[in-house]
Design a protein around this ligand. Structure first.
Ligand SMILES: *[C@@H]1O[C@H](CO)[C@@H](O)[C@H](O)[C@H]1NC(C)=O
Ligand SMILES: *[C@@H]1O[C@H](CO)[C@@H](O)[C@H](O)[C@H]1NC(C)=O
Ligand SMILES: *[C@@H]1O[C@H](CO)[C@@H](O)[C@H](O)[C@H]1NC(C)=O
Length: 326
């Protein structure tokens, strides 16, 4: 330190360059080189370490991904897969209801939560498409979604008829078997204009509308079919108002609905996003919004309550950096 200072001082002052000064300079250079070398080494090590978990660059909102979650996503997608079972579901109504999802621990296909699952999966794909693509999970996600929407399309054979359940929950909850081996009867339950089910019809409309966005570019025919069914189901739900769990009390034990207003707004908001048709916007922001939306007092987002989802989706319109769904 003494030499350094002395040397620097000497140079600054333009003093004579004695051998002692040259030795001092040499030492300064060596120390500088060591310091620079150490700094470069540390930075390089840090960068290398970062590169180990380096997120793949993803262009779209909301940006980079973390690979450890990619694996979790992959496993979650596989969760939807199973062997063949219930291949004759729907046959008593001459429908193919062999696809779709069983409920959590049993083999009943409950239309209300199933449609909600499809809507949320669509939303996830729309929001994280680039990220899913970067980790090869876009295709599995779309296939899982289509497995549900194929079912929902077949469950809606005419404008005012929607099959909302396959299987008998009572007998199904009494047994413990694999779906591939089940022998229980698989009765069908429908809603229609005399026994309506506004929330289940509207949720199915939301599922189809959101899925029509997912498949818009990849399969425009399928996308249009989904949108057509979504519009019909929304009209059916809106024109024939009644809670499905009041009209068909058996379902209340399993997926009881506490109201259909949220599903009507939710479905209309998705239809607005897909079609940009102002009448859907007015539907949500006008009288129906006043009656059902509880603007400004969000609670939680669940298969029974979609008000928060509706508010979030509408807030996108005012967010500069939100997903460009509009
Ligand atoms: C259940 O189904 C599988 C095929 O999915 C079959 O291999 C097995 O023998 C069946 N078990 C019973 C008890 O029927
Ligand atoms: C309408 O749905 C109810 C409830 O599922 C059912 O009992 C009735 O048979 C259906 N109506 C027709 C015409 O199928
Ligand atoms: C279903 O929800 C309605 C409306 O909130 C409620 O009155 C009814 O008690 C609930 N039924 C069951 C079985 O939970």
């Amino acid at each position: 330190m003494y030499i350094n200072l002395k040397t620097l001082y000497g140079v600054k002052k333009g003093m004579s360059q004695s051998p002692e000064d040259f030795f001092g300079w040499f030492l300064v250079l060596v120390i500088l080189a060591l310091v620079v070398g150490a700094v470069v080494y540390i930075i390089k090590k840090k960068l290398d370490h970062r590169n180990d978990n380096k997120p793949t660059p993803v262009p779209g909102h909301p940006g980079a991904i973390d690979h450890k979650y990619a694996h979790a996503l992959e496993i979650a997608m596989q969760f939807f897969d199973r062997g063949n079972s219930a291949l004759t579901d729907g046959s008593e109504a001459k429908l193919d209801l062999s696809k779709g999802l069983y409920d959590a621990g049993d083999h009943v296909k409950f239309g209300f939560p199933m449609a909600f699952t499809a809507t949320v999966l669509s939303w996830a794909i729309l929001e994280y498409r680039d990220q899913m693509e970067a980790v090869n999970q876009l295709e599995p996600a779309q296939q899982a979604l289509k497995w549900i929407t194929d079912f929902l399309l077949n469950a809606h054979p005419s404008q005012n008829v929607l099959y909302i359940q396959v299987g008998d929950p009572v007998t199904n909850h009494k047994c413990w078997d694999r779906p591939e081996n089940m022998t229980e009867k698989r009765p069908l339950t429908q809603v229609n204009s005399s026994v309506p089910g506004t929330e289940v019809a509207a949720e199915t409309a939301a599922a189809m509308a959101s899925a029509s966005l997912v498949f818009k570019t990849a399969d425009s025919t399928y996308s249009s079919t989904l949108l057509m069914h979504a519009k019909q189901l929304f009209t059916f739900a809106d024109n024939n108002r009644g809670s499905y769990s009041e009209k068909i009390p058996e379902v209340a034990t399993y997926y009881n609905s506490t109201g259909y207003g949220d599903e009507l707004l939710w479905a209309a908001s998705w239809l607005y996003h897909v079609t940009a048709d102002q009448s859907y916007l007015e539907y949500v922001t006008g009288e129906n919004g006043k009656e059902f939306a509880q603007w400004g007092s969000p609670t939680w987002f669940s298969w029974d309550n979609k008000l928060v989802g509706t508010q979030v989706r509408f807030s996108y319109r005012n967010l500069k950096h939100g997903p460009s769904l509009f």
